[in-house]
Design a protein around this ligand. Structure first.
Ligand SMILES: [Zn+2]
Length: 197
C-alpha cells in the first residue's frame, strides 16, 4: 500500500474541480497500518501539500490540524477493511436525501450501471452536527452494517474504498445517480409521487 498520500492530494483537487466540494470543505484519508493520513483543516483543497498522520487507536495526531471529521474516518477504519475514505458535499445527492429514504437510494443504485458495479449499499443518516462524535458514531454504525457509502442529510456523502480513487468513484457515482434521478423526476416531487419502474 502506498502510504505517501499523493493520491489524496489529487483526489481533493478533482473533487473541487467537479464542484463536489467548496474550496474549504471535504476531506480524504488513507489507512497506513496503525495510522491513517488525512487532509488538513483550513487549507484550500486545491493547494494541500502536507497531510496529517493520526493514530487509529489513540487519535493523537502529528502534522497540520486534521479535518474536523477525522473521528468519522477513524470510525470507518475501525468498522471495515477499507483502505481509503473520501468525503464530499455532493449538492444533488444532498438535495435528493431530503426527499428519498435509504431503501429508495438502494433501489436506484441497482438500476444504473454506473452505481450497480461501484456501490454495494447506501446508508442514510439524519442531520447531525458536522465534526461531532455523534455523527462519527452514526456513520460508523452504517458502515459496520455493510454500507460502503453513507449520505448525511443536509451535509454530504462519505465513501470507503480499496484506495483513494475507488472511494472517489463511489462519491462520483452517487452524484451521477442523483443527477439522473433529478433529471428524471426532479426533487420537488413528494416521495409518494415518485414513480418507479
Ligand atoms: Zn463535510
Amino acid at each position: 500500500m502506498n502510504c505517501e498520500g499523493e493520491e489524496l492530494i489529487e483526489v481533493m483537487k478533482l473533487l473541487y474541480q467537479r464542484g463536489l466540494i467548496t474550496v474549504l470543505s471535504g476531506n480524504a484519508s488513507l489507512k497506513c497500518g496503525e495510522f491513517f493520513l488525512i487532509t488538513p483543516s483550513g487549507v484550500p483543497k486545491h493547494k494541500i501539500k502536507d497531510l496529517t498522520r493520526v493514530n487509529l487507536k489513540t487519535l493523537e495526531w502529528e502534522g497540520p490540524k486534521p479535518s474536523i471529521e477525522y473521528r468519522m474516518h477513524a470510525q470507518i477504519y475501525l468498522n471495515t477493511d477499507f483502505q481509503s475514505v473520501v468525503h464530499a458535499h455532493n449538492p444533488l445527492t444532498v438535495a435528493l436525501a431530503d426527499v428519498y429514504a435509504e431503501d429508495q437510494f438502494n433501489e436506484l443504485v441497482s438500476k444504473y450501471v454506473e452505481t450497480r458495479y461501484a456501490i454495494s449499499k447506501v446508508g442514510v443518516v439524519e442531520r447531525i452536527d458536522a465534526g461531532s462524535l455523534e455523527l462519527a458514531e452514526a456513520v460508523g454504525r452504517k458502515f459496520s452494517e455493510g454500507s460502503d457509502v453513507v449520505v448525511m442529510k443536509g451535509h454530504g456523502v462519505i465513501a470507503g474504498g480499496r484506495n483513494p480513487f475507488d472511494a472517489l468513484n463511489k462519491v462520483e457515482a452517487m452524484e451521477y445517480l442523483a443527477l439522473v434521478e433529478t433529471a428524471r423526476c426532479g426533487t420537488s416531487v413528494r416521495r409518494q409521487e415518485v414513480v418507479y419502474y
